[in-house]
Design a protein around this ligand. Structure first.
Ligand SMILES: Cc1cc2nc3c(=O)[nH]c(=O)nc-3n(C[C@H](O)[C@H](O)[C@H](O)COP(=O)(O)O)c2cc1C
Length: 185
């Protein structure tokens, strides 16, 4: 049987993003068992209903990649106790029908298995993870039980701008990889 594909979606476009670093580590671990892709959604415009149908090419492209993936893993910073706007905008596009007013046909994310990880300040992205888990259910994805993995940005990383993952970080992410692989089996 061919390997499953897990699509990683990172909620930060920042150069040296700490969340990109943990996404890279998750990808390295996942690759032992499944195919891994990253979603590039920088070109997706702000959703505006007047220009929703037909969808812009950049939206068609991300929908195609998401639709083909067996599962999605979101890795994101917490912005003001919730999700970054770029990520919410992407999820809004993905949640919409493919044909105007067609509410019957599934969207590209209906029933899609999903989980979340975050590295953030002292709350370990607790509010981002809670809000995102609620959103996943609202848009009819299939979230893994719980609210994912939250890591805390070490003081040294705040100081230097460089994140070195600790053994504790790696263990927590490896545990989630194992659980997610079991979930999507
Ligand atoms: C607009 C904004 C809001 C933020 N709000 C939070 C927050 O609510 N909780 C938190 O832990 N960190 C917050 N931060 C700090 C981020 O966790 C930190 O900048 C982190 O490095 C961003 O992730 P990245 O390195 O992957 O880009 C915020 C940062 C920005 C730019």
């Amino acid at each position: 049987m061919s390997k499953k594909t897990v699509l990683l979606i990172v909620g930060s476009f920042r150069k040296n993003s700490f969340n990109q670093i943990i996404a890279d580590y998750i990808a390295k671990e996942l690759k032992k068992d499944v195919n891994v892709e990253f979603l590039d959604y920088r070109n997706v415009p702000l959703l505006e209903q007047d220009t929703e149908f037909p969808a812009p090419q950049s939206v068609k492209d991300v929908r195609d990649q998401v639709g083909k993936a067996d599962a999605v893993w979101v890795v994101s910073p917490e912005y003001n106790g919730s999700y970054p706007a770029v990520l919410k905008n992407l999820l809004d596009w993905l949640s919409r029908p493919l044909v105007a007013f067609d509410r019957e046909t599934p969207t590209v994310i209906t029933g899609k298995p999903v989980t979340v990880s975050s590295i953030a300040g002292s709350t370990a992205g607790k509010f981002l993870r809670q809000n995102l888990s609620t959103l996943f259910s609202y848009i009819r994805m299939n979230p893994m039980e719980g609210t994912g993995t939250g890591l805390i940005i070490p003081a040294e990383a705040w100081r230097t701008g460089i994140l070195n993952l600790t053994d504790e970080h790696k263990e927590a992410l490896k545990k989630q990889v194992k659980e997610f692989l079991e979930f999507i089996k």
